[in-house]
Design a protein around this ligand. Sequence first.
Ligand SMILES: [Zn+2]
Ligand SMILES: [Zn+2]
Length: 275
Amino acid sequence: MQYSNFHTHTTYSDGKNSVRENIEAAIASSMSALGFSDHSYTDFDSRYCIKKDDLPRYIEEIRKLGREYADRIEIYLGYELDGFAKLENRELYDYIIGDVHYVRTNTGLRDVDMSRDEFIDVTNTCFGGDSIAFAKEYYSVYAECIPQMRPDILGHIDLVTKFGLVDEDDRRYRSYAIEALETALAVCPVIEMNSGAISRGYRKTPYPAPFLLKEIKERGGKIILSSDSHRSTDLTCAFDDCLEILRACGIGSVVAFKGGKLEEFGISARSVSSI
Ligand SMILES: [Zn+2]
Ligand SMILES: [Zn+2]
């Protein structure tokens, strides 16, 4: 099985490996393409994102190594844009992943995915202990930001479930999530199946939840496999399991970049050989 991945973090943001180390690992595991997507610079939170001054070097290094390795693997330059970050020179990138990592609260912007303790603190101090209210705010920010960002790929849409502290069976929760999904798909039909929280031990299953996958299918959305990797050993983490889940939801294909364009690949257990 030849995989590709377009959501990769490096030492330019909070990843553990360099661009070159990731490319070497991708070639060693016979991947057909690798796309980089370090975290966009956010002036209000520098803990995990790229440094503003490093951005030209990030772009230059990925382009240079893309040329160097062109006969062995396709390399793409992406950027994981946060809803509260600014994007300059969009034309420099092959694609933009649109994501939301913060909510607005009466104590300012608070993050959704930094740690379990922080999630509990935000739930208690800003949402009266109600994690569904937290999720409602998250999806409302998502639905507001995505149409402004107009990304090429929708990232981990249900990130707010990362720590397992939101009841995903709650009817209110599902309606907020589906409403945000609908708004987002209207501006970007490509959405990640993201295994990043599995490789880092937070979850056993990828985003999005099966009920959202079914909504995506019904609305004609397209899935792209994504490991949201922070280590070069995790570039295709749980991709076999992701395909199983997609098939179980009745989804018969995924998209991936090939030759600079998004192409659709069938994923029936028999025909699949390259994604
Ligand atoms: Zn993210
Ligand atoms: Zn990411």
